[in-house]
Write a protein that binds this ligand. Structure first.
Ligand code: TXA
Ligand code: MG
Length: 328
């Protein structure tokens, strides 16, 4: 399959992306979080191609991206008032709501569950495309199963070339981390995947406490221990351990540092390094991109300096923990 590279700044290219989606083809699209691998959510045949292209198990549910909040009731039923409040406050934006699916929704979209993940994405080009073509698209992150999510069209192209019909290049993603996933299914509201929208912000809108269970058995792919992984082994260490690690054995180290790199190594013993942004938003935006680059340097190990243990860094800690996870 020849993968087209389309430019979101060119109207004819955006129209082509919409046309491909309507014809049941797969198009990687920019969102404000990460690039998504989209198919028309009303065409099971198209949706099933997503699983093939990603190598993703068929029982992992997909998020459906809607043109506006009014479309919620076409895709979900028994919608609680809290869902409308959250949609009103955070859509378009990086928040996914888990709701009971509407009868007509094909089970291939929801991985066989009777619930559905919905969000209205904030990337202007994608949003315009969904509105003008009146489309809802099922879209997981546009990476191979368990690998790093892409935050640029070039990353998508490198790994998915030949597996999908097109990539719509809409520039680098604003957040760089996947959406916050919130379940409003039960009596309590639960954050099932930490993301750009914090539990505190959700709680403030609803005026009630929000649970953030560390471990839950809801089928969220981001809930598996090993996920968001570069090909190179990754260690997340605090500054003092990094120094010891560098001095110990001659290994090719790629370092994502928060402290000045001179604190770790006076000489040029690092194979590759990058100074990461000091604020959580900037760090989150850069993380997958830099892990992606580090992975391509031929290093033996990627070391990430442990970010601050503060709430604003929660989603980042969550991703790093899974990126570092090794089966024993
Ligand atoms: O920011 C994002 O959420 C990106 C962009 C493309 O929108 N999408 C994304 O999709 O991260 P994906 O498939 O890589 O991760 C979505 C997560 C998966 O872990 C999936 O299991 C979970 O959402 N999910 C989707 N529908 C669900 C449902 N009905 N019940 C439980 N989890 C669900
Ligand atoms: Mg994913």
């Amino acid at each position: 399959m020849n993968t087209l590279l389309l430019d979101a700044a060119v109207a004819a290219d955006v129209a082509k992306a919409a046309e491909l989606l309507q014809q049941g083809h797969l198009v990687a699209v920019p969102t404000e979080t990460v690039y998504g691998l989209a198919a028309d959510a009303t065409q099971p045949q198209a949706v099933s191609q997503i699983f093939r292209a990603k190598g993703r198990p068929a029982d992992h549910p997909l998020i459906v991206h809607l043109p506006d909040a009014a479309a919620i009731s076409q895709w979900a039923q028994q919608i609680p008032a809290s869902a409308f409040k959250l949609a009103e406050a955070f859509w378009p934006g990086p928040l996914t709501l888990l709701l009971h699916k509407a009868e007509h929704v094909d089970s291939c979209v929801t991985g066989g569950l009777d619930t559905i993940g919905l969000r209205v994405p904030a990337h202007p080009v994608l949003l315009d495309l969904l509105k003008s073509a009146n489309l809802a698209v099922a879209a997981p992150s546009a990476n191979l199963y368990k690998k790093l999510s892409p935050t640029s069209a070039a990353q998508v192209f490198q790994t998915m070339q030949g597996r999908i019909d097109a990539v719509l290049d809409g520039g680098d993603c604003e957040f760089g981390l996947e959406s916050t996933i919130v379940s409003v299914l039960g009596d309590t509201v639960q954050v099932l995947r930490a993301g750009p929208i914090s539990a505190e912000a959700i709680s403030a809108v609803l005026g009630c406490p929000v649970e953030t269970p560390e471990q839950h058995d809801v089928k969220v792919a981001g809930n598996v221990a090993a996920h968001y992984q570069p090909g190179t082994p990754l260690l997340c260490l605090d500054a003092s351990h990094i120094k010891a690690f560098i001095n110990k054995a001659p290994r090719k180290i790629a370092l994502l540092a928060l402290s000045p790199v001179t604190e770790f190594s006076a000489d040029a013993s690092l194979h590759w390094h990058v100074a990461m942004p000091q604020d959580a938003k900037g760090y989150g935006q850069a993380l997958y991109k830099q892990l992606y680059l580090a992975d391509q340097t031929g290093a033996d190990v990627i070391i990430v300096e442990q970010p601050p243990a503060e709430n604003a860094w929660l989603a980042i800690h969550n991703r790093l923990m899974r990126a570092a996870y090794q089966e024993v």
